[in-house]
Design a protein around this ligand. Sequence first.
Ligand code: 13P
Length: 252
Amino acid sequence: MKKKIIIANWKMNHDFHKTTSFLRNFLKIVLEKKINHNKEIIIAPSFPFLHISNQILQGTNLKIAAQNIHQMKNGSYTGEVSASMLKSIGISQVILGHSERRKFFLENNDILLKKIKIALKYGLHIILCVGETGFERNQNQQFNVIKNQLVETVFNCSADDIIFFHIAYEPVWAIGTGKNATYKQAQTMHEYIRSLFLNKYGKNISNEISILYGGSISNLNARNFFLQKDIDGGLVGNCSLELDKFLEIIQS
Ligand code: 13P
């Protein structure tokens, strides 16, 4: 059976103290209760705390992800962080294409493809986010939007590279709103995404690619998402900031 994948995206939350104390407490409980068995758990803290976070989790199967990288290898890009920098501190995962990056930092699919290429060059695993806005769903454009986001980014990669990807379907209207997609809406989109991988890369890859749902996942609704046939896990924002809720989500 495929491992379920639970990812905490902390966004711009938790300072040094909160990050390290959360991770130490989390690790203690995870090891005591062995709740990481048969699951892939990834936490994405802010850039300044990636190194210490990675050190805290060293020797476990828990992983740390960055929330972004710059598309260039290095150079005069004040304030930016490169894939090679992450690699040099032992980070192996990166979230790319989050809708907040698309909206607030104007990342389009062209930029995203460059980020994907440089991430792959440095052997980083990519959690690639896709999702439609509320307006696009109201216009019944959600399937076209998601297809386009995939065609212009990950579908430019070779079959050998797909092993480096998890896809996260995050409807923009469900992020941070408390208004999650219904289980049926999510399952339908996940099935569609899998069918696109089937057409592009064939059966093995489409079966193996993990497709996560994100958007107002909580300790109360996580289980029902994870029971859906094509939902392989979750990308959790707000509810990953509180240890108790996040533990409950993992145990769902
Ligand atoms: P919320 O769980 O807060 O809706 O955030 C989802 C998200 O954006 C994860 O990347």
